[in-house]
Write a protein that binds this ligand. Structure first.
Ligand SMILES: [Zn+2]
Length: 446
C-alpha cells in the first residue's frame, strides 16, 4: 500500500501520465450526398444532443468523419438508426495513437532529413530554426511574437527581410495541435526557400514570414499526453476542461456560428475574441505590418482542400472572390503537378459547418488580399491526423509548390521590382490562364 502511494505520488510529481487510450473509440463515416442525410449531418448536434468531434470530410466521396468516444458509440448508433441514416462505424486503430513521443535530448543537430522523415518536438523545431538562422544570418531572422499560455516562445521566421517595403506573404502552421504535418511543411518551406538559389529572385521581390508553430503547448500535449488534442492549453478556474479552439478565437464575427461557448467543446471559441495569448500575439504581429501583407495561408490538416473566405457564414464571398478562386486553382494545379494529388478549391463557409473566428477570415477582413486555409493530406483514408511519417516529404513538396505560386502572384501584383526569371514567368503565365470561376461548394475546416 505504501509502495503504491509512493508510486502514485512519484507519477503525479513528475507529471508523467499515460498517453490517452483510445481503445473502443470509433470513426463514424456518413455519406451526405443525399439532401436528407446532409440536413441530418448539419444538425447532428441537435440530433444527438451533443456535437461529436468533427474530424473532416472526404470531398471526393462526400463523407463526413467524426471521432466517437467509446461511451457514446451506442447512443450514436441508435440515433442514426432511428433517423434512418446509413453509416459506417470503423474501429480506430489503437496502434496509431500509442506511439507516444518523448521530449528528445537536443544533443544531436536537427537536419532537413529529420524534417522530411519524422515529427519533431517543439524544442527540435526551434533548434532547427536556430541552426538555420546561424548558417544564413542575412536571410533567416527569428522574431519572437510573444509567449504561449505555458510560456513557450511563439517564433516568426522572417525570410528576405532587407528593410525594404516589399510585399509580404505570411504562412502560419499548427494552430490545431493534432495536425502534425503542418509543422513539418512550414519548416520544409523555410529550409527550401533559403537554401535553394533558384528562389533568390523571388525573395528579392517578396518577403516571407513563417510561423511554424502557432500552438506549441497544444502540440507538446498532443505528443506526450493526448494524440487527438486540438486546442490551446489555457486553464480556467471554473472548469475541468481547458483550452480553446484558437481557430475560433480571432476577432471577426467571433462566437457567431460553428463554435461552442462550452469550455469542454473541441470548438470552444474562448471567453472573448483573442482570449488566447497565441491568437493575441499573432493578430498583433500581423496588424503591425498588415498594409504590406498581401498573402496569408494557415496550414491545417486534413482533407486536401484550399479554402477561401468567407467562412463565418454560408453563401457570402468577398468582392474579389474570383481572384481568390483563380489563385487557389493555380495552387491546386501546382500541387497536382508534383505527384498527381488532388486538392479541392472551395469556399470555407459553404460546407457542412460554417465557422466564425478563424484566422483566414480575420486576415481577409484586415485587407490581406489572398487569404487561405490549406487542409493538407490525407483525404481518402483513415489515418487522418496521423499521417504516416513516410508521407511527410511528399506533402511538404506539394505544399511548397502551392506557396510558391502565391508568392509569385504577390510578386506580380504587388512587387516593387520587376526582375523576372524564366521559372517565375512560366508560373505567372499559369496564373494568368483563364480559369473557371464557378464558386465550388465548400466543406468545413478541419
Ligand atoms: Zn485545423
Amino acid at each position: 500500500m505504501l509502495l503504491q502511494l509512493l508510486t502514485i505520488s512519484v507519477v503525479i510529481s513528475t507529471g508523467i501520465a499515460e498517453y490517452k487510450n483510445y481503445d473502443g473509440f470509433k470513426i463514424l463515416e456518413v455519406n451526405f450526398q443525399n439532401p436528407r442525410v446532409k440536413k441530418y449531418v448539419q444538425e447532428i448536434d441537435k440530433n444527438l444532443g451533443f456535437m461529436p468531434d468533427f474530424l473532416g470530410e472526404n470531398w471526393k466521396q462526400k463523407q463526413a468523419h467524426y471521432f466517437i468516444d467509446k461511451d457514446s458509440v451506442e447512443k450514436v448508433r441508435s440515433n442514426l438508426a432511428m433517423n434512418n441514416i446509413t453509416y459506417q462505424m470503423r474501429d480506430v486503430n489503437p496502434q496509431l495513437f500509442k506511439v507516444r513521443r518523448k521530449r528528445r535530448d537536443l544533443n544531436g543537430v536537427v537536419t532537413i532529413n529529420d524534417v522530411n522523415n519524422r515529427y519533431l518536438s517543439y524544442d527540435e523545431q526551434m533548434q532547427f530554426l536556430n541552426t538555420l538562422s546561424q548558417q544564413y544570418p542575412d536571410d533567416v531572422k527569428l522574431q519572437k511574437l510573444g509567449n504561449s499560455y505555458e510560456g513557450r516562445a511563439l517564433t516568426a521566421v522572417r525570410i528576405g527581410d532587407d528593410g525594404s517595403n516589399k510585399p509580404i506573404v505570411w504562412i502560419d502552421a499548427g494552430v490545431h495541435a493534432r495536425e502534425w504535418i503542418s509543422y513539418n511543411v512550414a519548416l520544409y518551406l523555410v529550409y527550401t526557400i533559403v537554401t535553394q538559389p533558384v528562389y533568390r529572385d523571388l525573395l528579392n521581390s517578396v518577403q516571407l514570414i513563417v510561423v511554424p508553430n502557432t500552438n506549441p503547448d497544444g502540440y507538446e500535449y498532443s505528443r506526450t499526453n493526448d494524440r487527438m488534442w486540438r486546442k490551446t492549453r489555457s486553464r480556467f478556474s471554473n472548469s475541468r476542461c481547458g483550452g480553446a479552439d484558437a481557430n475560433r478565437n480571432y476577432p471577426f464575427f467571433w462566437g457567431t456560428q460553428g463554435v461552442s461557448h462550452h469550455q469542454c467543446s473541441e470548438i470552444y471559441c474562448g471567453s472573448r475574441p483573442q482570449s488566447e495569448p497565441e491568437v493575441l500575439a499573432l493578430t498583433n504581429a500581423i496588424q503591425r505590418e498588415e498594409t504590406r501583407i498581401k498573402g496569408y495561408i494557415a496550414l491545417h490538416s486534413y482533407g486536401q482542400e484550399i479554402l477561401y473566405p468567407w467562412g463565418h457564414t454560408m453563401h457570402t464571398y468577398p468582392s474579389d472572390v474570383k481572384d481568390l478562386i483563380r489563385v487557389g486553382k493555380a495552387m491546386a494545379k501546382a500541387i497536382k503537378a508534383v505527384n498527381n494529388t488532388d486538392y479541392n478549391v472551395v469556399n470555407s463557409g459553404d460546407g457542412l459547418y460554417p465557422a466564425a473566428g478563424a484566422s483566414d477570415d480575420w486576415a481577409k477582413s484586415r485587407g490581406i488580399k489572398y487569404s487561405y486555409t490549406i487542409e493538407l493530406s490525407p483525404v481518402d483514408d483513415y489515418t487522418g491526423f496521423v499521417l504516416p511519417e513516410e508521407r511527410i516529404n511528399q506533402v511538404c513538396r506539394e505544399a511548397f509548390q502551392a506557396i510558391q505560386v502565391l508568392m509569385i502572384e504577390v510578386k506580380t501584383m504587388f512587387g516593387i521590382r520587376s526582375v523576372t526569371s524564366s521559372a517565375s514567368s512560366a508560373q505567372s503565365s499559369l496564373l494568368l490562364k483563364h480559369m473557371r470561376s464557378t464558386i465550388s461548394r465548400g466543406f468545413g475546416r478541419g
